[in-house]
Design a protein around this ligand. Structure first.
Ligand SMILES: [Zn+2]
Length: 377
């Protein structure tokens, strides 16, 4: 026997269709929506009333129709709810507020040496969240939650760190970290959030592997716009893929030959006193020492991307700190990947530099709350 059609599910699906249509195409008239989503006039009318009554959409003006008539148009109210995202890294705390369209409305980044044992550090974290909340004029009712991106693996419920060796995060809990953040909050794995932000805000990508080239390397598998965490919440931990049997460089995981030891951002920045921007400035000036380091780096990166593409057969987004500088060097990277590929395809078609720069990891943690809210409309 067929499953009976559940009217509530259909009702919710119709509402979602209409809301998403206005969000993606607004300002639009009722007629635009009827044609665009293929629902009846009464269904669209009823849902428009509901959405407007709840302040999810608002009339935005008048549109002239053929035959001299005119109709009201609608747009979504992007600031009816907002979320805040935080990114904790070795030397900085970044905080972003994000509206329902996925746009970062405010962003602050403060230099602060990572130290979860220091109450001052935790207070600073709380103060920064408060400061962005105030700047963005978010009321307690509007705030959906505060997502905290950390360079560690996190339990599925966002309550506890399960593996955090890059910084001293091991076994820390959400409660300890967010002592001074008195709002709904949860922890997220940083690479997952950066990847999620890239794909959620890009209508052209549904499936991708996001390669996070930060001071440590991480990754995120995104399938049908959802993060695939694996059975143990560690899918995409690409930094510890063994790329060399001969390297003597020791990884922070304790082994040698890991991809992390070849392509983390410090491999480059260590040649310019830890300043990655300076590295890319010298590269632009054709500094021969820097060029030599970069050539070797690109070879390793090309090999890793080639392997990733064989495995997943979908887009590879080059992100993280290095990804935010890589756009001018993509042609060189493509050539190196293509020279290792045996399929009749071009890296140009599946390898892309990240769109979001420094704020992406914080924004992604906020977008998790935004997505859940929009799905519940
Ligand atoms: Zn390792």
């Amino acid at each position: 026997m067929k499953n009976p059609i559940n009217p509530t599910i259909i009702k919710n699906q119709n509402r979602q269709l209409i809301y998403q249509y206005i969000r993606n195409h607004g300002p639009v008239s009722k007629r635009d929506i009827v044609v665009g989503v293929g629902l009846s006039i009464p269904t669209v009318t009823q849902n428009l009333l509901y959405l407007e009554l709840n302040n999810y959409i608002t009339p935005s003006g008048i549109k002239k129709l053929t035959g001299g008539r005119s109709a009201s148009t609608y747009v979504t109210v992007n600031n009816c709810r907002l979320a805040i995202g935080v990114y904790i890294s070795a030397n900085h705390i970044a905080v972003a507020s994000v509206d329902l369209s996925g746009n970062v409305t405010h962003f602050q980044r403060k230099r602060m040496k990572f130290n979860l044992s220091d109450d001052k550090y935790l207070k600073c974290l709380g103060n920064l969240v408060e400061s962005v909340k105030m700047q963005a004029q978010i009321s307690d009712e509007q705030l959906l939650g505060v997502g905290i991106s950390v360079p560690s693996l996190v339990t599925e419920d966002g309550e506890k760190i399960i593996y955090g060796l890059t910084l001293d995060f091991n076994n820390k809990t959400r409660k300890e970290i967010t002592k001074y953040i008195p709002y709904n909050n949860r922890l997220f794995h940083d690479s997952y959030m950066a990847g999620f932000a890239e794909v959620w805000t890009n209508p052209d990508i549904d499936n991708a592997f996001y390669l996070s080239l930060n001071n440590s390397i991480g990754g995120c598998i995104i399938f049908n716009k959802e993060i695939y965490p694996g059975n143990s919440n560690r899918a995409g931990e690409i930094g510890h893929m063994k790329l060399s049997m001969h390297s003597q460089k020791k990884c922070y995981c304790g082994r040698i030959g890991c991809f992390d030891t070849m392509c983390n951002a410090n491999i480059l920045a260590s040649h310019t006193n830890g300043n990655l921007e300076r590295f890319f400035f010298l590269l632009e000036q054709h500094d021969s020492k820097v060029e030599k380091v970069w050539n070797q780096y690109l070879d390793h990166l090309a090999l890793a991307i080639h392997n990733l593409h064989l495995l997943f057969d979908f887009d590879i987004i080059v992100g993280g700190y290095v990804g935010s500088f890589i756009a001018p060097y993509m042609t060189d990277l493509y050539d190196r990947i293509n020279s290792t590929s045996f399929f009749d395809e071009k890296a140009e078609d599946y390898v892309i530099p990240c769109k979001h720069k420094i704020e992406a990891t914080a924004a992604g943690a906020a977008i998790r709350f935004i997505k859940d809210f929009i799905d519940s409309i």
